[in-house]
Design a protein around this ligand. Structure first.
Ligand code: NAI
Length: 332
């Protein structure tokens, strides 16, 4: 099958070429993101392959349909950037990679927790400058602390297991609780408010949906413990950034680790080091010593990229051979 792979980076080419070593598919790597401005590049391709910041809205889908595209293959788990209703109406099949190494994201989440708590980035910079003062580097024992997990799917459950290893008490909120897992893992499901009130560290592992959009707003922050650590490796818009900035300024939030950001599509995955940051909210986040930001890299391990490429091509093969695929998404 001919596939137009949008937002491609050298590492996408490396792992997709490896997964396609038999040459079953003809993959054309396009650096541009899919958008209303670039959709014409997909003309004549039966399939497009997209990532988290490609825009697959109604207009783009209509143009894809007009150009002969019938499959949108997401090389991600999240699919908040696709208008599934319009895709269904147009008969465009949308497939995704629901589970690729949950360890990649879970381990990055824990790296952020440890990096923030023990101030590793600040310590690294100090020591390079021969500044061996410990002032301002005070952390806390994770052992015995309450860890709040919002979303207990593939990634959340791995995070829980790792954090249990540190001796944390784990409380979790999920509208679709997995009781058996909770029992087996010594995790206690609680209501969202109780989680916000009790947790020393809160980590988000739910999808971005209309329900979770700005779930962490000023009212939610108000319920948190003073000095709480908040971690978001899910999707930026689950957190209302301005509310979190206000809480950092008042020290209500003690530290923040984010791998995702509401407006990341204008920033992440590109080298903008020679440019002036135009996003004042993001620029403010960069000024806090107790904020750790990574540019949507939690998924970025060898194992995850191998799995993403293999599953994406398998999804396309399934559609070609069976007309459907277990990783297909539908509206509703
Ligand atoms: P999953 O689908 O296995 O689990 C999501 C869980 O969230 C489910 O248990 C679901 O019931 C729960 N949930 C749904 N609505 C909720 C709500 N309102 N409140 C609390 N929980 C809710 O997904 P998985 O694989 O664990 O991934 C979680 C998220 O992580 C993805 O949706 C994606 O946005 C993000 N992600 C981020 C990556 C990164 O590189 N930073 C890479 C991969 C995923």
């Amino acid at each position: 099958m001919r596939i137009a792979l949008f937002a491609s980076k050298p590492y996408d080419r490396q792992f997709f070429d490896q997964a396609n070593r038999e040459g079953e598919h003809e993959i054309v790597y396009i650096e541009a993101r899919l958008s209303q401005q670039t959709v014409q590049l997909a003309e004549g391709f039966p399939a497009v392959c997209v990532f988290v910041n490609d825009l697959v809205d109604a207009e783009v889908l209509q143009q894809l349909h007009a150009g002969g595209t019938s499959i949108v293959a997401l090389r991600s788990a999240g699919f908040n950037n696709v208008d599934l209703k319009t895709a269904d109406a147009l008969g465009i099949k949308v497939v995704r990679v629901p589970a690729y190494s949950p360890y990649s994201v879970a381990e990055h989440t824990v790296a952020m927790i440890l990096g923030l708590n023990r101030q590793i980035p600040r310590a690294y910079n100090r020591v390079r400058d021969c500044n061996f003062s410990l002032e301002g580097l005070l952390g806390f024992d994770l052992h015995g602390k309450t860890f709040g997990l919002i979303g207990t799917g593939e990634i959340g459950r791995v995070v829980a297991k790792i954090m249990s290893g540190f001796g944390c008490r784990i409380v979790a909120y999920d509208p679709y609780p997995n009781q058996q897992w909770a029992e087996d893992s010594d995790v206690q499901y609680v209501e969202l408010d109780a989680l916000l009130e009790q947790s020393d560290v809160i980590s988000l592992h739910c999808p971005l949906t209309p329900d979770t959009h700005h779930m962490i707003d000023a009212a939610a922050v108000q319920k948190m413990k003073p000095g709480v650590m908040l971690i978001n490796t899910s999707r930026g818009a689950i957190v209302e950034t301005q509310a979190v900035i206000d809480a950092l300024k008042s020290s209500k939030i003690g530290s923040l680790g984010i791998d995702v950001y509401e407006e990341e599509d204008k920033l992440f995955f590109e080298n903008l080091s020679g440019q002036v940051v135009q996003d004042d909210v993001f620029a403010r986040l960069l000024t806090f010593p107790n904020v750790l930001i990574t540019g949507h890299q939690a998924f970025f391990t060898k194992e995850a990229l191998q799995q993403i490429a293999a599953t994406t091509l398998q999804n396309l093969n399934d559609i070609l051979k069976e007309g459907s695929c277990k990783n297909q998404l539908h509206a509703s």
